[in-house]
Design a protein around this ligand. Sequence first.
Ligand SMILES: [Zn+2]
Length: 251
Amino acid sequence: MDRQELMAYLDQCLQPERFNDYCPNGLQVEGKKAINKIITGVTACQALLDRAVKEQADLILVHHGYFWKNEQPNIIGMKKKRLKTLLMADINLVAYHLPLDAQVQFGNNVQLAKHLGIEIDGEILNYQGMGLLLTGHLPQPATGSEFAALIAKKLDRTPLHIGQDDTKINTVAWCTGAAPDLIELVVQAGVDAYLTGEAAERTVHIARETGVHFYAAGHHATERYGIKALGEHLAERFGLTVKFIDIDNPI
Ligand SMILES: [Zn+2]
């Protein structure tokens, strides 16, 4: 498949022009034109690049790419090594950040709900029509520890849980990645529990003092499912070989 054709399709799906993001979305590093094999992953770290080279991939598709706002622009050290790996192997790097969080079909938020069996009801916060902080309900009410156990089982990672088992959780709000401060909107909305990737020191007090259950289930762990679903879709639609590689990250 021609790279330009693939990029046109991805941009049509993810509509990066609608977002004012912290990084460029789409093709970040140009490689070969003909695409047959794609490696997907959460972050374009060196370990993922090395695996992609080994797999003779033509393109790496990630959620966390490069060239973040406020990062040092110098191509030295770690960054030199990463870019050299890509350029020497002529591998394309394609990244979608906020557009992949919010996408209605393959987005991280929608896919996390699917993975955990949460039924989506709506959203508390959206970005130009696409949900960034979703709300839903559990198929059946669960105690705080029961929901923590479900997250641990489904994400293969024990979440940090702040909350008591004296009431049952019906409604849940969630935002993948690092969004601990959205807990304030969740409190205002009267939702029983809030799930995100990372916690902040202050989040614990807000959860304790408002009674909202708080779960930090891992930035990486909550953001595996969007890029994986997008890759599976590309494989099915265009007959490409796509492999998701999970480089473990405890945060
Ligand atoms: Zn993220």
